[in-house]
Design a protein around this ligand. Structure first.
Ligand SMILES: [Zn+2]
Length: 291
């Protein structure tokens, strides 16, 4: 397998995976249970999901560690003591399944706590929390760290700093933008790009967020301040709606994949799906991008 940085420098697109949490729920993960627990207690399900995405054409898969920071795990049933164990296990599952044919990305999501001055989480504490998780993911064998779904620029900064403190691996960072073109905490794509890119990232962009349309201002905004950066588009499969008490997303695989050429035109090089996207969505995406 080629070195990730060389691959990206060559300009080829890199197909990521789709949703993890919602897919694990469809495989039987009870709601209210931390998905990360399955890295230890139902590794076969996690492995099967990775395999499904790899078979669909994913060239980079994310570990099942989105909520795997000590702060977040503490909030769901006091699992904080198992932070290192669960992230290491997840990294092992993803990198073994990728088997040298795809990249395994160590997924780091928000802590779920508000940072100072709005909340209690201090910047330096946050750096240490993210460094702990990044170190465990690196020890477990991932090829890169992927910080995603960030909304608070300070928390994203802390995560990038923590990742760099813990490991020399390449770091991706994507934020979640709403339809107004800002994150929930009011950050614009330009602000995110100007603040985070100089910290040393291999790729930056948007994931999750409100629908696919929001990717247009995200990609154009980031490109306007970063001429050369590798850009990420990992949108949800459209918009969520409630159907019989369940959240469903409105774009099926074909409709979702139909947006891919536009994302490429706007400069996205790393492309995948977030909430509501399945291996079928990624297979359709791969068919479009590799045709
Ligand atoms: Zn999402």
């Amino acid at each position: 397998m080629r070195d990730l940085m060389t691959y990206l420098e060559e300009g080829s697109s890199l197909i990521a995976d789709g949703a993890t949490g919602t897919m694990l729920q469809s495989l039987g993960l009870p709601s209210g249970v931390a998905p990360e627990l399955w890295n230890a207690e139902n590794p076969d399900a996690v492995r099967a999901l990775h395999r499904a995405y790899l078979d669909a054409g994913s060239e980079v898969i994310l570990t099942n560690t989105f909520g795997g920071s000590r702060v977040k795990l503490d909030r769901v049933g006091g699992l904080g003591e198992r932070t290192v164990e669960l992230s290491r296990a997840a990294a092992g599952l993803a990198s073994r399944e990728a088997g040298g044919c795809a990249y395994a990305a160590g997924d780091i999501g928000p802590t779920g706590e508000l940072m100072e001055p709005y909340g209690m989480l201090g910047y330096e504490d946050a750096v240490q929390v993210f460094a702990e998780q990044a170190r465990a993911l690196a020890e477990g064998g991932v090829d890169l760290i992927w910080i995603e779904t960030m909304s608070d620029l300070n928390e994203a900064r802390a995560a990038v700093e923590g990742a760099h403190q813990a490991t020399d691996l390449p770091v991706f960072c994507s934020l979640s933008f709403g339809r107004g073109g800002r994150t929930m905490m009011g950050v614009t794509p330009e602000q995110a790009a100007e603040t985070l890119w100089p910290m040393g990232l291999a790729a930056i962009g948007g994931n999750c967020g409100e629908g696919l349309e929001v990717m247009t201002p995200v990609l154009t905004g980031m490109r306007s301040v970063l001429a050369k950066a590798v850009l990420i588009a990992k949108p949800n499969a459209g918009l969520p709606r409630l159907e019989g008490g369940e959240t469903v997303f409105d774009l099926g695989p074909e409709d979702f994949a139909a947006h891919a050429p536009r994302l490429v035109e706007l400069g996205a090089q790393v492309i995948g799906g977030c909430c509501g996207s399945s291996p079928e969505h990624i297979a359709a995406l791969a068919a479009v991008l590799r045709s």
